[in-house]
Structure formats: structure tokens, C-alpha cells
Design a protein around this ligand. Structure first.
Ligand code: GLN
Length: 245
């Protein structure tokens, strides 16, 4: 009898483990993009992590977050290795050829970080005829795409994470860094002697990337996200990480 109970218990545990597995929603991100995603001790936290957790909760699923290079996220979505990508990711025409995007949940602005005493004071200085300033960017981001297009491949240095681009600015390997405004603020706060120019390079919408043919998941995410936007949850999460100035 004891044996039967033990076997039954084992079977039950296996079944519930399988059920839990099936109910996992896997998000791919690049956790070096504060305040959207970054590590606090061993844990990935931030606006995207919390909004994703709220979506998963609404869907009755368990959220799992996988950290990867930014330029690996869209291929991982396409290959079905992850269910969705969420990484302060800008909706662009080019990306829309590879994935579908959810409703947007935040706005990003591409800004320019320079050393406090930099002769670069505006986007015009960077784009000026004959200018040779080197620009640091995070590989495959919109900052990379715009700068490479506007200033040419030879003036753009690509780094795997934003923090490395900022490090290159500090050591004089590049003359400025083009990156999204919120991570820019976080980097400037952490590093002495840097400032953000009062000039906007581009304004963009952030959204969640889902596999092209997975309309079922896209619809579920959109429904949950819309509810979370309407009931103020998304706003509260954003304000928790980005206190109003
Ligand atoms: N918003 C930018 C992009 O989508 C940067 C995102 C990121 O570095 N995580 O390209």
C-alpha cells in the first residue's frame, strides 16, 4: 500500500512538473539596460521584467527570463527558442520584417553622452561636414543603425553592452555615445565627468517582439498589456523606476 501511494505521489509530482513546464512564458532580454532590465544581485529586475511578470500573471503563466546579447533576441524569437523579446526594444520597419510587435508600452529617446568638457555640443557638431568624431554605440541597436547610416561605418564603434561604450568614452576611445535616454541617465549618474547633451536624436516606441506566426500569443499579450496600461499598472511600474523629475 505504502508503495502504491509513493508511486502515485511520484506520478502526481511528475504531472504537475510537466504542467508547470507547459505554463512557462520565456522572455529574452539583454539585462544591461537599466532601468528596463538589469541585475540586482542575481536577479533580473527593471521595468520590462515587472511588466512581463504582470502579463504572465494575467495569463496564469510562469515567467522565465533569459539573458542574451541584444542582437540575439530577434533570432531567438524567430526560432521559437523564447516566447517573446522584451528589451527596451524599439519598433522599426526593418524589425517588423522579422517579428511582430505588441502595443507599445513606453517611449525611448536616442540621446548623446559626452565628457563634461567635450567640444561636441549638439547633433549638428557630430554631423558637421568633415567631422571625424567617433561615436560609441551598442551593437545592433537603433542608435547603431542611425549613427552608422548618418556618420558612416568608420566613425562608429560597436560594443556588446552600453556600459562598454560608456567605458570607451571615459578612456577616450570614442568621443560620444548614442544610446536610449534612460540607460544614458543611469550611466551618467554612475560615472563622474559625463553629461547628456540637450539634443534629441530620435524618439521611439518600445514594444514586445513575438514570433511572426504566433498571433495567439500576440493577442494574449496585447490584451493583458492593454489592461495593464488602462488600469495604471504600467505607469506605476515606470514611475517606480523613473521617478518624475
Ligand atoms: N531601443 C534600442 C533598440 O531597440 C536599444 C535597446 C537595447 O539596447 N536594449 O535598438
Amino acid at each position: 500500500m505504502k508503495k502504491i501511494v509513493a508511486i502515485l505521489l511520484t506520478v502526481c509530482m511528475m504531472l504537475s512538473a510537466a504542467a508547470a513546464l507547459a505554463d512557462t512564458l520565456t522572455m529574452g532580454t539583454n539585462a544591461s539596460f537599466p532601468p528596463y532590465e538589469y541585475y540586482e544581485d542575481e536577479k533580473i529586475v527593471g521595468i520590462d521584467a515587472e511588466v512581463a511578470a504582470a502579463i504572465a500573471e494575467k495569463l496564469g503563466m510562469e515567467l522565465k527570463i533569459e539573458d542574451m546579447d541584444f542582437n540575439a533576441i530577434i533570432p531567438a524569437v524567430q526560432e521559437g527558442k523564447i516566447d517573446f523579446g522584451m528589451a527596451g526594444m524599439t519598433v522599426t520597419e526593418e524589425r517588423l520584417q522579422s517579428v511582430k510587435f505588441s502595443e507599445t508600452y513606453a517611449t525611448g529617446v536616442q540621446v548623446i553622452i559626452v565628457k563634461e568638457d567635450s567640444p561636441i555640443t549638439s547633433l549638428d557638431d557630430l554631423a558637421a561636414e568633415g567631422a571625424t568624431w567617433k561615436v560609441g554605440v551598442q551593437n545592433a541597436t537603433t542608435g547603431d543603425i542611425y549613427c552608422t547610416g548618418d556618420f558612416g561605418e568608420e566613425r562608429v564603434e560597436k560594443y556588446n553592452v552600453g556600459a562598454d561604450a560608456v567605458e570607451a568614452l571615459k578612456t577616450g576611445k570614442v568621443d560620444c555615445v548614442v544610446i536610449d535616454n534612460e540607460p544614458a541617465k543611469a550611466f551618467v549618474e554612475k560615472n563622474e565627468g559625463l553629461k547628456i547633451l540637450d539634443t534629441t536624436y530620435a524618439v521611439e516606441d518600445y514594444a514586445i517582439a513575438v514570433k511572426m506566426d504566433n498571433d495567439e500569443l500576440l493577442e494574449k499579450i496585447n490584451k493583458a498589456l492593454t489592461e495593464l496600461i488602462e488600469d495604471g499598472t504600467v505607469k506605476a511600474i515606470i514611475e517606480k523606476y523613473i521617478p518624475a523629475e
